[in-house]
Design a protein around this ligand. Structure first.
Ligand code: EPZ
Length: 432
């Protein structure tokens, strides 16, 4: 099992470049199935989730050309079947976007129930509600999702989401772009990656309006043409580095970001006594003095992102006082707390709220990454701990962070990557 060895106690200094947004990229790759032409996608993050999705559509017959480390050209004109490789689909959450894309292109879809980070029940009932409203017959059986559009093509519909769901909003949007007639998605999620997906689809000839608000209107079109699109910077990757500086101390300029997307994170950092200087497409984060405690509740955008919850909780372990962190999106996103306790953190979790008593320091220990963001939080804890922290199961981290250890080492972190000789070397299918 691959692991990271982190020798803590080093402040972070220098500059870091943020990569393309994972949660936008993992929707665009399946959506490319619907494009009757070549999709050139720039600023593609080099992470295992995007590599996995490209290998899935490649297995369906898509032709993928790697132009440079962050640019791919995807041509799905020769894709004629909707039976994607199950062993790969069940390993990532975003495989659910194949339902919307296949229904939109072929009028049928057969996928596995999605995999992904395990922090409680992660249903897809709202995705199914949307597809059924658009005229699909959907059956979930033995871990598979079977869907078929009555009459071979989806029809526009008005859909009210019972839960604000990023995935359902994006999946329904994808399915709706070539449906017959207008679809209205109400109580839609408003994350930056939803706006990015809408802009991607519109650059290929779709007619999506209102993305970023709670009501999205999609006028179905007959065809999507090829085009070029550049993915927005990753809000959560940027926030993770901001939180790393808050915890470890130092001064880092974080380049290639959209400050608006980081407003909530920046506001919390300022409350914690961290200096955040906003530039046009960068932020400079400084922390020299003590960290102040604060309270935070994670909420759908524009609230504080749930995908930043493990990272801020870890930073607050070093604050001078008591902080309260409440998880407002997921049922059980505190598995990592037990790992932090192994390092000496003083955290009590009751229901969806973690009560964090700041301690002067943590002590390095062997810990595990429980999921993608929890894994990043373990690395942040290791950067600040006395002694060496060994983080296992780092494959979770590599699903969503491009060159995480390389970027941190360039900021002064002392990290050694230990590859397991018994594990087959993971050669990305579409790396340059
Ligand atoms: C996306 O997951 C992200 N993943 C998650 O990021 C992120 O935590 C989440 O959105 C919230 O922002 C991807 O984009 C691949 P949801 P998703 O549908 O779509 C409930 C990361 O770290 N719900 O917005 O699965 C659900 O249980 C990952 O990058 C239903 O009840 O999340 C949850 O309580 C981890 N029925 C809430 O809605 C449904 O059909 C929000 O879920 C769908 C969701």
């Amino acid at each position: 099992m691959d692991r990271y060895l982190i020798n803590g106690g080093k402040k972070l200094y220098g500059e870091v470049e943020i990569s393309g947004a994972k949660n936008a990229a993992v929707a665009m790759i399946p959506a490319a199935l619907m494009v009757d032409g070549v999709c050139r996608i720039e600023n593609m993050p080099q992470i295992s989730d995007t590599d996995m999705l490209m290998s899935i559509i490649s297995a369906l017959g898509a032709k993928i050309k790697v132009i440079d480390p962050t640019t791919v050209e995807i041509d799905c004109r020769s894709v004629h079947n909707c039976d994607a490789p199950y062993d790969k689909m069940r390993r990532i959450r975003a495989s659910y976007y194949l339902i919307g894309a296949m229904l939109g292109r072929f009028g049928c879809a057969k996928t596995t129930m999605p995999g992904g980070c395990n922090f409680g029940v992660r249903p897809i009932d709202q995705h199914i509600k949307g597809m059924v409203a658009m005229g699909a017959k959907v059956e979930v059986k033995n871990g598979f999702v079977y869907a078929e559009a009555r009459g071979g093509r989806l029809n526009g519909a008005r859909i009210y989401l019972d839960k604000v769901s990023v995935g359902a909003t994006m999946n329904i949007m994808i399915a709706a772009v070539m449906a017959s007639g207008r679809t209205v998605i109400e109580n839609a999620a408003r994350e930056p990656h939803i706006v990015d997906l809408a802009n991607f689809l519109n650059s290929m000839g779709a007619d999506v309006r209102g993305a970023g608000t709670d009501t999205i209107k999609v006028n179905g079109v007959e065809r999507l043409h090829g085009g070029t699109y550049s993915i927005i910077p990753d809000q959560i990757e940027a926030g993770t580095y901001m939180m790393a500086v808050a915890a470890a101390g130092g001064e880092v300029r974080i380049n290639n970001i959209i400050p608006k997307h980081l407003e909530c994170i920046s506001a919390k950092l300022v409350e914690m006594g961290v200096d955040v200087e906003e530039l046009e497409d960068a932020v400079i984060v400084r922390r020299e003095g003590p960290l102040r405690p604060t309270n935070v509740k994670t909420l759908p955008y524009p609230g504080f992102p749930t995908d930043m919850q493990p990272q801020i909780s870890t930073a607050l372990c070093f604050a001078n006082g008591t902080s309260f962190v409440t998880e407002g999106v997921w049922d059980n996103r505190y598995k990592y707390v037990n790992e932090l306790r192994k390092m000496g953190a003083n955290i009590e979790v009751s229901g969806r709220t973690a009560v964090i008593e700041g301690v002067p320091c943590l002590t390095g220990a062997p810990v595990a990454a429980c999921d993608l963001r929890a894994g990043a939080a373990m690395v942040i804890a290791g950067l600040c701990a006395n002694g060496v922290t060994e983080v296992e199961d780092v494959h979770f981290i590599e699903r969503g962070y491009e060159d995480f250890t390389g970027k941190l080492i360039r900021l002064g972190a002392d990290i050694t990557v230990v590859r397991d000789p018994d594990e087959p070397e993971k050669v990305p299918m579409f790396a340059v």
